[in-house]
Design a protein around this ligand. Sequence first.
Ligand SMILES: Cc1cc2nc3c(=O)[nH]c(=O)nc-3n(C[C@H](O)[C@H](O)[C@H](O)COP(=O)(O)OP(=O)(O)OC[C@H]3O[C@@H](n4cnc5c(N)ncnc54)[C@H](O)[C@@H]3O)c2cc1C
Length: 485
Amino acid sequence: MSVDATRLLERIGGRIGPQHVLADPADMAGYLTESRGLYQGTALAVVRPADTGEVAFTVRECARAGVAVVAQGGNTGLVGAGVPFGGVVLSTARLDRIREIDPVNVTMTAEAGCILQNLRAAPAAHDLLFPLWLPSEGSCRLGGNLATNAGGANVLRYGNTRDLVLGLEVVLADGRVWNGLTGLRKDNSGYDLKNLFVGSEGTLGIITAAVLKLVPRPKATATAFIGCASARRTLDLFQRLRQSDDDTLTAFELMPAFALAMVLKHGQGTVRPLAGEHQSYALIELSSPDPEADLAGRLEAVLGAALEEGLIADATIAASEAQNQALWRLRETLSEVQGLEGGSIKHDVSVPVSRVADFIEAAEAACIAAMPGIRPCSFGHVGDGNIHYNLSQPVGMDKAAFLSRWETFNRITHDIVAAMNGSISAEHGIGLIKRDELLRYKDPVALDLMRTLKRALDPQNILNPGKVIAVADDAPAALPVAKSA
Ligand SMILES: Cc1cc2nc3c(=O)[nH]c(=O)nc-3n(C[C@H](O)[C@H](O)[C@H](O)COP(=O)(O)OP(=O)(O)OC[C@H]3O[C@@H](n4cnc5c(N)ncnc54)[C@H](O)[C@@H]3O)c2cc1C
């Protein structure tokens, strides 16, 4: 480490405590690797400030020294955005206070390091809920959720993170603090600055706190699992539920036969939900703050009619909390079991809901034609047009040889997405893994505006450099250095 770097870390340690400046490789290891092992990073140190003042001090000192700062929450991101390539990792783990719950304004002010699961639970005493839900809720942190504009299973009803935030507190690239912690639902006093930072993946500022919208806590829930002849029919059922039960429909998760087979084969404690086998499945949830709402009755009526008409082939409705959890476990296990079937080339895309079935049919046919034996797994939050379009390697194929075709399948998949006016990133962000794809598919004027904003807010290019949009020639390579997915 250079003398200058040592002095910088000493100055930061002098303010936040030397025990919160980790420079030992063993202590830093967990912060330097992408959650699926796609990227291996490096850093001078990991710093763990405890409050906004300490974050501002750290960023100011790094700016003076021209050292990069990479914000990190739970490091559960899936696009390599939180991996440092030099500089300092700023972990938000110690900014974990809930500053206020205002049950009348129906808002919660929380710091960026709060774990999502805790944020969901905290307003229960007021019969309220922070409704963002991701399978990574036990590890991901609010700042990461905001910086990625995370989505998840309940976007259908409550929107994505962007829709759930009213105000932000942000440390800027020069160390100044922007206090935008307003709980206002109407505020037309100039540009909407908070929306610049939501989804910016740590490239424009370090979010330290946010005012979040809450919703009435659901007290009645009903969950069903259905089997269908095709994804198209599953989507038809979704439309029907949208018509009949839009006000209580909180999740509609698609799973193809291959996904269920993987979950039943590899997932601990998973149980086959339906007697027969079908091409396509969906997990459906209705919920309501009204404890008396007969949601199981609603599901019985809609699914019964769909069965009679032959739209769906089979269905089960959870009769207890244990059954409800068992059905959700099928969906939650899916992310972790895919790696057990060998290499997996992943895409997180969105198309208009009306094109989801078209996308799945076209993309699966094109990828199978390009590589017979490839196993598509098109799953996810299709109710909001988001498809996790993952491709498992053919059985018996060499994993590295399969993963070396990543770009081929990117091209096939993303060209189809583009032709349907979709997005190459629905909810995971751009980070590193899609940075070069963005150049290919995003409107050139939009790219130009993004570069202009980046240069204006971070003229030294010290905030998460090289991610989302590169503005310097020395940006890290976008392709994974260790493709082990
Ligand atoms: C099993 C699993 C399931 C998942 N399911 C979903 C899903 O359903 N929907 C979904 O959207 N995502 C999902 N994800 C992805 C991930 O959990 C989300 O992107 C999450 O929002 C990341 O939060 P984090 O705290 O882990 O952020 P990190 O991974 O630490 O960081 C992500 C990005 O945010 C930046 N960042 C972090 N904190 C701050 C801050 N305070 N200020 C500025 N920038 C910051 C980082 O620099 C980085 O660019 C899943 C991940 C896993 C492992």
